[in-house]
Write a protein that binds this ligand. Structure first.
Ligand code: COA
Ligand code: NAP
Length: 271
């Protein structure tokens, strides 16, 4: 169920990178429910097909492309095919990401590079390729994470990548503002039922520890993030650009340092 008027995105075209699972899939589904034509992209053809089926079942026009955000040419071709099929580009979401818990002294150069390539370079690829086709009024939305400003144990690779995304968001907002292209980021807190949280809180005890660090004392839902992403996509956010918007139940208020003991426990879990 969406909290927005059912036709608020009527006539808009949205491209969601990483839109075949979890938070990003919910964003894509929400856009479709609210009238947008939607394209999703991720590596796995099987996941792309499943997302098309799911979103299409709502009666929306949807297309999907299997491509890796690390491959600029593939991202660019995907966006071109969306514009060829749907005629324009109004909303761009960059949410593809990779995460695993690994303390820095065990992290290899390849492991660090892999996450930075997917999260940060991938986000530049998506936004840069989209820029060539973006309408005046286009809303670009990056999916950041609390690690961008708070230090979490075993997350140095993710922290570096997501902090880069935040500054990329501000930089592109400043450069592309005169073209009436808005660029914002969302920082989700812990979101229930997602792959991201399965990797970071694999046991109920850990989930409980995390919950007590959240001011609202609950995990967020994928719908919570989809609603924030919808606000940024609508005309209600016409004067909003360069912001890093927290949708985290107030988790940031407890400070990242509090997470260190927790993450050390996580490292002791059998894999
Ligand atoms: N601990 C430490 N290093 C790890 C690791 C782990 N659990 N998993 C991967 N790596 C490092 C290794 O250096 C690895 O290279 P190696 O196997 O030659 O040593 C390197 O990362 C690349 O791993 P690979 O599995 O080949 O990468 P990939 O491109 O196929 O997958 C990942 C990328 C690793 C991020 C994978 O977990 C993924 O696809 N994640 C997407 C889903 C996800 O993370 N969702 C949560 C979003 S918040
Ligand atoms: P998820 O379910 O694992 O979704 C990740 C998506 O990205 C999948 O569709 C995946 O599909 C795609 N993807 C991964 N690597 C890719 C690549 N190289 N190229 C193209 N697509 C790729 O993750 P999630 O937990 O919902 O998280 C979604 C976003 O929210 C991420 O940016 C994450 O950092 C952020 N976030 C999540 C939480 C949380 O609580 N879950 C909290 C804060 C921030 P394929 O496997 O088919 O490629």
């Amino acid at each position: 169920m969406s909290t927005f008027q059912s036709d608020v995105l009527q006539g808009k075209v949205a491209f969601v990178a990483g839109g075949t699972s979890g938070i990003n899939l919910e964003i894509a589904r929400n856009y479709a429910r609210l009238g947008a034509r939607v394209a999703v992209m991720s590596r796995s053809q099987e996941r792309v097909d499943r997302a098309i089926e799911l979103i299409g079942a709502q009666g929306a026009q949807v297309m999907g492309i299997a491509a890796d955000v690390r491959d600029y040419e593939a991202v660019s071709a995907a966006i071109e095919s969306v514009v060829k099929t749907f005629g324009k580009l109004d909303i761009v979401v960059s949410g593809a990401a990779g995460n695993f818990v690994c303390p820095a002294e065990q992290l290899t150069a390849k492991g660090f590079k892999t996450v930075v390539d997917i999260d940060l370079n991938g986000t530049f690829h998506v936004l840069r390729a989209a820029f060539d086709h973006a309408n005046s009024g286009c809303s670009m939305i990056n999916i950041s994470a609390p690690q961008s400003t708070e230090s979490f144990w075993g997350q140095s690779h993710v922290a570096a990548a997501k902090a880069g995304i935040d500054m990329l968001t501000r930089s592109l907002a400043a450069e592309w503002g005169p073209r009436n292209i808005r660029v914002n980021a969302i920082v989700p807190g812990p979101i229930e039922g997602t792959e991201g949280m399965a990797r970071l809180t694999p046991t109920p005890e850990m989930e409980k520890m995390i919950t007590t660090s959240i001011a609202l004392r609950r995990y967020g839902s994928t719908q919570d993030i989809a609603d924030m992403a919808t606000f940024l996509a609508t005309n209600a956010a016409n004067y909003v650009t360069g912001t890093i918007m927290y949708c985290d139940g107030g988790q940031v208020l407890s400070g990242g340092g509090a997470q260190h003991a927790f993450m050390e426990q996580l490292q002791k879990q059998p894999s």
